[in-house]
Design a protein around this ligand. Sequence first.
Ligand code: ADP
Length: 183
Amino acid sequence: MEKQLIINNTKVIIKTGDITEENVDAIVNAANSSLMGGGGVDGAIHSKGGKQILEECKKIRETIYPEGLPTGKAVITTAGNLPSKYVIHTVGPICNGKWSKNLEKQLYSAFYNSLELAKRENLKSIAFPFVSAGAYRCPKEKVATTAKKAIIDFIKYENSLDEIRFVLFSEEDFNIFIKSFER
Ligand code: ADP
């Protein structure tokens, strides 16, 4: 399933699929702060992308983020064997079913900082998964609304990307996303 929107000359694509198969400049990883891999989309990216991604994540831990990547921040590595050029790793908040202003702010930052990093690296296309909507259990509707806010603000204030994709793993998640964009 796929839906295309145009917002201020930027193509926004909402689709079902496996993000590791996306052919874009950067796919975003819903990482954990250790950057050492994990389950869900993180596990899929590291296992299909190969060990080069983990090597670069280790370097990031040894240099700029020895304590781990803070929630809401983003870093970039190669994509190893994946079809995309880069992987942008971001850490969304852990909600455990709850929601608050602070969680919203952290999640907004995860989306916005990923987009800003793509801009800084002169990238033109980016694909996001449903950050924090899996193991981190943030309310899915809230995640979709927060993602929408972040991308619309980015497009409004510092438009630099040609294409922003959201790649949802299930039809149910796709429908939740579509609803938030129709509002
Ligand atoms: P988090 O820990 O941030 O919640 P998860 O990886 O557990 O991250 O889940 C985030 C979302 O990614 C979930 O909706 C999950 O279904 C989805 N997901 C898992 N694997 C993939 C994949 N290969 N491609 C796209 N989405 C995926």
